[in-house]
Design a protein around this ligand. Structure first.
Ligand code: CIR
Length: 263
């Protein structure tokens, strides 16, 4: 077992934002009906509780009525041990979320950096592992945004590797998560290009691709409920899992990682 401290999955704090009732207007690639607000609040509370149980001090921010997707705080910033980088979302309706979270991050981190543009980049496209920062080019994140991030992170000693996200997949981390310092949970469609050849990979089970968006937080893997075969694989591999309802966020293409910033 790995005993060395790894800031890619060992954390003390997290930031979440409670859903606003306007969440029913949130972005989605395919309309499968509006989320049930009451049920979403219940799932969100379960999620925050699971973070607490995993050892997080959770900073819970107030809902933002003007930003239906504001609960998906991960897309607004990248938190690293050195400091934080404010993102520049590619979805025009989400650009203003960054100014909403900035004061909170200014309080917590020294030397807050930012993506000024014109490129765009969302946190959901960034997977930090112990050896590199993988960034997926997607409909939200482009090469200019990735190049700007790479310049900032090179000053902090991090290597950025640009990869591509399969068609029809919102973000890079829609299809993968870090499980520990050397292991990634991934869908087959994402891993088949060979991008994870330097890692151990555990695949989601067929038909359970949505299980790929999980988070490792200290001793636990937080994953969406409803993916029993993938859950079984993770338990067999020795991970302790916490399953959390995600039926309502998934209608807006959201999963476990999108709902928090972890540091
Ligand atoms: C969006 O389309 O931007 C939101 N409805 C979902 C964002 C999910 N975020 C993430 O995967 N990091």
């Amino acid at each position: 077992m790995i005993s060395e401290y790894d800031p890619s999955w060992q954390f003390t704090r997290a930031i979440t934002r409670r859903p606003a009732s306007s969440v029913t207007a949130g972005l989605r690639a395919v309309d499968t009906g509006n989320p049930d607000f009451g049920l979403m609040l219940q799932h969100h509370a379960e999620y925050v509780e699971a973070l607490h149980e995993a050892g997080a001090q959770v900073i819970e921010l107030d809902p933002l009525d003007d930003f239906p997707d504001g609960l998906f705080v991960e897309d607004t910033a990248l938190c690293l041990p050195e400091s934080v980088v404010l993102m520049r979302p590619g979805a025009p309706t989400r650009l203003g979320e960054v100014a909403q979270i900035e004061p909170v991050l200014q309080e917590l981190f020294d030397n807050v950096a930012r993506i000024d543009g014109p490129g765009t980049i969302e946190g959901g496209d960034i997977l930090k592992t112990s050896r590199e920062v993988l960034v997926g080019q997607s409909l939200r994140t482009n090469s200019e945004g990735i190049a700007e991030l790479a310049i900032i992170l090179s000053d902090w000693g991090h290597v950025v590797r640009e990869v591509s996200v399969p068609d029809g997949v919102l973000h890079f981390k829609t299809d993968c998560s870090l499980l520990d310092s050397t292991t990634i949970l991934s869908t087959k469609r994402l891993a088949e290009s060979g991008i994870f050849s330097d890692y151990n990979v555990i695949f989601t089970s067929e038909g359970e691709e949505a299980a790929a968006n999980a988070i490792r937080y200290n001793d636990f893997v937080l994953m969406s409920v409803g993916f029993p075969k993938t859950a079984e694989r993770l338990m067999e591999a020795g991970y302790q899992i916490k399953e959390i309802g995600n039926s309502e966020c998934s209608k807006l293409d959201g999963g476990m990682s999108c709902l928090s910033l972890r540091f």
